[in-house]
Design a protein. Structure first.
Length: 176
């Protein structure tokens, strides 16, 4: 148990970032699955912003959000969990929020929220799970620093792949 004896500020930062991202992803996934229109409503929303097939992407996003939450809480495979957050949030940023300007309170919701979550996930991938994590307890190597950032780029690749193959931006209505 001596590996936990000397927890430093960076370890606390990692713990708080993991908790914040974990709560956020759990809430997102839960809401997509059980809230409002449930998965069918989430699928319709994906279709409405040009991501098809909506039924598939509603499930992929929802299960990614629900799947990364426990990994973040436990600090297990932390950069990989961060990659999941990054992938989901980059798709949201580019497909829906970017066109609405920076502030979240703007009509259509701006991108400040999803950008912040994305950058926080990159920061967590670089920090790693910290000493109070299963990554540390199991002595899983290369789960922080440059390797952590490299692993987190899987989220960027996933988002790019999805956007290039499954997203058709809706056509803007001509202004009369």
């Amino acid at each position: 148990m001596t590996q936990y004896a000397s927890i430093h500020g960076v370890d606390y930062a990692s713990l708080f970032l993991r908790a914040g991202l974990g709560i956020t992803m759990l809430a997102h996934g839960y809401n997509h699955h059980f809230g409002g229109g449930k998965l069918p409503g989430t699928a319709r929303w994906f279709e409405s912003i040009g991501i098809t097939p909506g039924w598939l992407h509603a499930r992929l996003a929802t299960y990614t959000e629900l799947g990364v939450a426990p990994l973040l809480f436990l600090g297990l495979l932390t950069p990989l969990a961060a990659a999941g957050v990054i992938g989901v949030m980059l798709v949201a940023l580019i497909s829906n929020h970017l066109k609405n300007g920076f502030f979240i309170f703007r009509p259509g919701e701006g991108y400040e929220y999803v950008l912040f979550i994305t950058l926080t996930a990159f920061g967590l991938a670089a920090l790693g799970g910290g000493k109070a994590s299963l990554d540390n307890a199991f002595n899983i190597p290369h789960m922080y620093g440059g390797y952590g950032l490299l692993i987190s780029l899987l989220g960027v690749l996933g988002a790019a792949g999805l956007l290039l193959t499954c997203w058709t931006p809706p056509k803007k209505e001509p202004v009369a």
